[in-house]
Ligand binder design. Structure first.
Ligand code: GLN
Length: 392
């Protein structure tokens, strides 16, 4: 048989989603792929039930249901002060995943360079390869995940056409400060580069940190493509609803990619989700309080059982340091992936090996998420505490 595409040989399947499959196989508690184990808000479920009978059930408008796009444009306008045309500047996609892919395909030619922070959400690697772009990695240095602006400038000087910023950052929980975003934005302007942001965790930012929308900064709207999603904010990751907002010429290009990639996001789900966009501010405050409580509760549990971790400024992810386990003779020479597989089988908790997020050879971190009911988090801590028995 003839060889398949070289391009697809350049990346693996998603390790995050692979861990979910292994976790399901062993019936472990899945803290690998981030998604909640609780219901979406009732008004969304009621709307979905109503839509089941009232429709729509046929193809949506390719670029997104007009009422949803209008609601998204208003939301963005409230957040950024930017006048945003629902027809021309908003595209509804199948999850933030498709938004990112469309953005990259719209911007990049084969051989173009793109700046990606490391650790990074693993999709960006595949997005870059599929769009023909070559990533240049900018280290975010643990434990506080700071970056060196000189590395960004060097990347732009080397010709990078765009920079991807996941803010708040998956997997390290970094929230880029306003000053950092201004600094990066100024460099992007100086070197005439695009900025693609992934802001799907925008409402999971824990004070004193605050979320700044890159596009809202002076002069940034014309070169920023904001990718986002309804998945996390309304606990509907399975509905596959994302969106992209940006300047009209870029959106024109991205719309063409979307048109042939997916035609459109599911119309009944777009209709039902629009209800969420009309929620009062109190919904987002309560949502944030809930996740902050979960974060503090889970981190306190990790502390109690002596597992070292970072303190995420945003997102529902936490990086746990497994160095002390890898130093034990029974784990000698193990990769973090092997350790995660062992955890699924023997401890009953699924995590993502940190190496799938880092460009650098990092083998001592695993990613867990805490989008779980308190009772599940209790059970996770109970199970993880058994790992300490290895030391007695
Ligand atoms: N963002 C989620 C995570 O990192 C996964 C999203 C997805 O699988 N599409 O776990």
């Amino acid at each position: 048989m003839r060889e398949l595409s070289e391009r697809v040989g350049l990346f693996t399947d998603s390790v995050i989603r692979r861990m979910t499959r292994i976790s399901d196989e062993y019936g472990a508690i899945n803290l690998s792929q981030g998604f909640p184990d609780f219901d979406p808000p009732k008004p969304l479920m009621d709307a979905l039930a109503r839509v089941a009978y009232e429709g729509p059930h046929q193809y949506p408008v390719t670029y997104g249901a007009p009422n949803l796009r209008e609601a998204l444009a208003k939301k963005f306008q409230r957040q950024t002060g930017l006048i945003t045309g629902p027809e021309t500047q908003v595209l509804v996609t199948c999850g933030g995943t498709e938004a990112m892919m469309c953005a990259m395909m719209a911007i990049c030619n084969p051989g173009d360079k793109v700046l990606v922070f490391s650790p990074f959400y693993e999709n960006y690697g595949a997005d870059a390869i599929l769009s023909g772009a070559e990533p240049i990695y900018i280290p975010l240095v643990p434990p506080d995940y700071h970056y060196d602006p000189a590395a960004i400038e060097a990347g732009f000087r080397a010709g990078a056409k765009c920079i991807i910023i996941c803010n708040p950052s998956n997997p390290c929980g970094k929230v880029f400060s306003r000053d950092e975003l201004i600094e990066i934005g100024e460099l992007a302007k100086q070197y005439d580069a695009y900025v693609v942001t992934d802001e799907v965790y925008e409402y999971m930012v824990y004070s004193p940190h605050v979320h700044t929308v890159m596009a809202s900064l002076p002069g940034m709207a014309e070169r920023t493509i904001t990718c986002n999603s309804l998945s996390k904010t309304y606990s509907i990751t399975g509905w596959r609803l994302g969106y992209m907002i940006g300047p009209e010429p870029i959106l024109e290009a991205a719309k063409k990619v979307h048109d042939f990639l997916t035609v459109g996001a599911p119309s009944p789900l777009q209709e039902a989700a629009t209800v969420g966009l009309a929620f009062e501010e109190s919904y987002y405050t309560e949502f944030n309080r809930m996740y902050r409580e979960k974060r503090d509760y889970f981190l306190a549990g990790l502390d109690r059982i002596g597992l070292r971790h970072n303190v995420p400024q945003g997102t529902y992810f936490v990086m746990v340091d497994i160095s002390k386990f890898l130093e034990l003779p029974q784990f000698s020479g193990w990769s973090d992936l092997e350790f995660c597989e062992w955890m699924i089988r023997e401890i009953g908790v699924a995590a993502v090996p940190g190496s799938s997020f880092f460009r650098e050879p990092v083998n001592n971190l695993i990613r867990l998420h805490f989008a779980r009911e308190q009772s599940t988090l209790d059970e996770v801590i109970r199970r993880l505490s058994r790992m300490q028995e290895l030391f007695v």
